[in-house]
Design a protein around this ligand. Structure first.
Ligand code: MEV
Length: 439
């Protein structure tokens, strides 16, 4: 068993690596070389990455790929994606091309409200608290002016503060439930700073509110924090075309394809086991672009899944219909994103990704990312309801299998050529590889 380490964060990077190698790898030089192989030769760039977090010992690479030919609101995009799963970029590109030929994607932002809350405990007369809130509300806003003035200049800021009585669900529990418009910033720091200022003012002013008893003056602030549940920061993306134009898959009529596709979505609407996988596929597309553009995929994931369960049962994020011979497929999701601040100006690849997208506003990025999710779901359902998912998956996974076996470039080429048009099965690849080696 290893011993606890004291003052680890104060060690130099070399010392941290040594500690890891001696504690976990018996001083095996291979471990050290794996860690260091991922260091960047450019010291300045490496230092930038080192300083993103505490205790950095190396970099963790993900492939950074491009899904081209996305026509969104009549504008063409090549979408950057950071993801390790073999088939995601290929599926996105294929769906983009499919819909490019059918008028592309349409997307619109429905709302951009973000939420933060000051959670507090108050034991006393709720009517007096109500009265106190109406007196103190303007001061909450006035005291946060130094935080909000720049955001206000650009057209954003605090849009509402409400007092909510939550005592029916937890004794003495109340909140300041606050709404914000943070424009092109994701806004976490802005919102949290405002909330902490509200909490401070609220607590201080309560002490001086004459109508309160001594006990009532003693409001306990529990915490002040933004919410990653953003059902009013919502974007919608859609594709549609006459059913007769869904004619790509040989062996399936467009009508059959459309009906089966709609049924697959309906199953995800009513069956949580399927809905989770259905939505996971959507998040394959969404997370990859969220990551490539330096946004917080954990925040997006948390908010999206909560939204998927908003009606009390976990359900599909997409919907599909066939009406009057027209196939329609759409997604509506909450996305709190930023295109300024955070990593967006700091990480060179993130900057490049945003430049490739022509420096989108947060609203434009919401549309692009919703489209990436919809495209991914289209690709998955199209495969699932026709050929099955493994055909495409295993085709893309072939290189991983060959790399695992240590195939040379020539062997990879020969085996990939052999499997063209065939379904890739792991054991068949091993067999083919051994056959080549034993020749
Ligand atoms: C795999 O990463 C994603 C899928 O399972 C999504 C789906 O089933 O819809 C293929």
């Amino acid at each position: 068993m290893i011993k606890p380490v004291k003052g680890f964060s104060k060690l130099t990077k070399e010392e941290k690596v040594s500690w890891v190698v001696s504690s976990f790898f018996n001083d095996n030089p291979n471990a050290e070389s794996v860690i260091k192989r991922y260091w960047n030769d450019d010291n300045e760039l490496q230092q930038l990455h080192d300083e993103f977090i505490e205790n950095t010992i190396s970099n963790y690479y993900l492939p950074f790929g491009i899904a081209p030919n996305f026509l969104i609101n009549n504008k063409l995009f090549a979408i950057p994606m950071a993801i390790e799963e073999s088939s995601v970029v290929a599926a996105a590109s294929k769906a983009a091309k499919f819909w490019f030929d059918r008028g592309g994607f349409r997307a619109e932002v429905i709302s951009t409200t973000k939420i933060g809350q000051v959670h507090f405990m108050f034991s006393g007369d709720a009517a007096k608290l109500d009265n106190f809130f109406s007196v103190v509300k303007s001061k909450l806003i006035a005291d946060s002016k130094s935080i909000t003035k720049n955001m206000e200049k650009r057209g954003g800021g605090i849009t509402s503060i409400e007092l909510k009585d939550k005592t029916a669900v937890l004794e003495n529990y109340y909140q300041l439930h606050c709404s914000f418009e943070t424009l092109d910033a994701m806004g976490a720091n802005f919102i949290n700073s405002c909330l902490e200022q509200f909490a401070k003012t609220f607590k201080t002013e309560a002490k001086m509110f004459d109508a309160f008893s001594e006990e009532e003056k003693n409001i306990e602030i529990v915490m002040s924090i933004l919410s990653n549940y953003v059902p009013d920061c919502l974007v919608r993306a859609e594709v549609s075309c006459p059913v007769s134009e869904l004619n790509e898959d040989k062996g399936v009529s467009p009508e059959e394809f459309a009906d089966k596709f709609v049924r697959a979505v309906e199953i995800a609407q009513v069956e949580p086991y399927r809905a989770v996988t259905h939505n996971k596929g959507i998040m394959n597309g969404i997370d990859a672009v969220v990551l490539a553009t330096g946004n917080d995929f954990r925040a997006v994931e948390a908010g999206v899944h909560a939204y998927a369960a908003r009606n009390g049962s976990y359900s599909s994020l997409t919907q599909a219909t066939v009406e009057n011979g027209v196939f329609k497929f759409w997604i509506e999701i909450p996305l709190a994103l930023g295109t300024v601040g955070g990593l967006t100006n700091l990480h060179p690849l993130v900057r490049l990704a945003l430049e490739m997208l022509e420096k989108p506003s947060a609203k434009e990025l919401m549309q692009i990312i919703a489209v990436a999710g919809l495209a991914q779901n289209f690709g998955a359902l199209r495969s699932l309801t026709t050929t099955g998912i493994q055909k495409g998956h295993m085709k893309m996974h072939l290189m991983n299998i060959l790399n695992q076996m240590g195939a040379t470039a020539e062997e990879k080429l020969q085996i990939a050529t052999y499997f063209e048009g065939k379904t890739v099965v792991h054991s068949d690849v091993v067999e083919k590889f051994q056959e080549l080696r034993n020749k």
